[in-house]
Write a protein that binds this ligand. Structure first.
Ligand code: DGY
Length: 309
């Protein structure tokens, strides 16, 4: 009992933190695991003063109001790359450590970006249904577009963007990128804004964080700069791309094709987008493999152990 009382207390703020991760944490920490979101308030009221760690995802809200009730908080460990609803500035002001699992999931998301790119440019979804509905014998399937030799523009060059660039190079693509500042030591051509990057890309990949400062970054003018032969891939956040302009460009043929894993209002995907044949759609599954989800859980456990144990 004495040992248990000396254990640091960790609040599980999001139900998306897997049970296996919570079980691993429970071996070293006292765990407060609400069964319903409403229970969070009661748990914080009763134990807020001794909560030193939080295990959560970027989707769960962690704002100043909640932080004020957690005076002993030292670390927030996210089972996600995105920190969408976490007030990182408020955490930084208090010197609270914030970790995400982007290193654990980057390679998996990069794989998906490449898959979407090849599927969109080679029209593989339409080709699959062509065979399934017995249309092969009726005539040749329309030609696709090469990925090899294409200029690949990366909006964002973090763990995920770099993983996509590396894969692109191996496939004979030519990476270039746009970030707020040039990345030290990076030999890829740098573009200071999304529009100029788009104008010089055949495949444009959105791989930057979401959040207010990047909302609508890929607007009508960026999409127009891409052009009829180009492909837009989004494995980051739907809100970064102006979805209405994207649908319009895909419908009119102003943009060649798209591969989308994320959407503005998930899980809602506009019918006008679902009807298009020049777009590949997946349900936000960038990190969704058994191996990567295990690695993400392990990264949360490691972060909390490093900070609190
Ligand atoms: C992430 O980890 O941020 C994924 O996109 C899931 O939200």
């Amino acid at each position: 009992k004495d040992v248990l009382q000396r254990r640091a207390t960790v609040l599980v703020l999001s139900k998306s933190v897997p049970a296996a991760t919570v079980a691993a944490l429970a071996q070293r920490f006292e765990i407060l695991d609400p069964t319903k979101p409403e229970d969070i308030d009661a748990l914080v009221a009763a134990h807020g003063a001794r909560i030193r760690g939080i295990a959560t995802t970027g989707k769960a809200k962690l704002d100043r109001t909640l932080l004020e009730r957690l005076p002993a908080l030292e670390i927030v460990a996210c089972y996600s790359a995105g920190l969408d609803n976490i007030d990182a500035e408020a955490l930084a002001e208090r010197g609270i450590v914030l970790t995400n699992s982007s290193a654990a999931l980057a390679e998996e998301v990069a794989d998906l970006a490449i898959a979407l790119m090849v599927m969109a440019r080679r029209r593989l979804v339409a080709a699959d249904s062509h065979v399934r509905r017995g249309a092969w014998a009726e005539g040749a399937f329309p030609l696709g577009q090469s990925v090899r030799g294409a200029r690949i523009g990366l909006l964002g060059l973090g763990h995920i963007g770099s993983g996509i660039a590396r894969r692109g190079e191996v496939m004979g693509m030519h990476p270039r990128y746009c970030t707020r500042r040039p990345v030290a030591g990076c030999s890829y051509p740098y573009y200071p804004d999304a529009r100029t990057l788009a104008a010089d890309s055949d495949v444009f990949v959105v791989a930057c964080p979401g959040g207010p400062s990047n909302r609508g970054l890929v607007d009508r003018s960026v999409i127009a700069a891409l052009g009829r032969e180009s492909t837009l891939i989004n494995i980051a956040r739907g809100e970064i791309v102006d979805e209405a302009s994207l649908i319009e460009a895909l419908t009119t043929g102003q943009l060649g094709s798209a591969g989308l894993d994320v959407f503005a209002d998930e899980p809602h995907v506009p019918a006008s987008l679902r009807e298009l044949h020049n777009v590949v759609l997946t349900p936000h599954l960038g990190s969704a493999t058994i191996e990567t989800r295990d690695a993400m859980g392990a990264s949360v456990v490691r972060s909390l152990l490093q900070a609190l144990d």
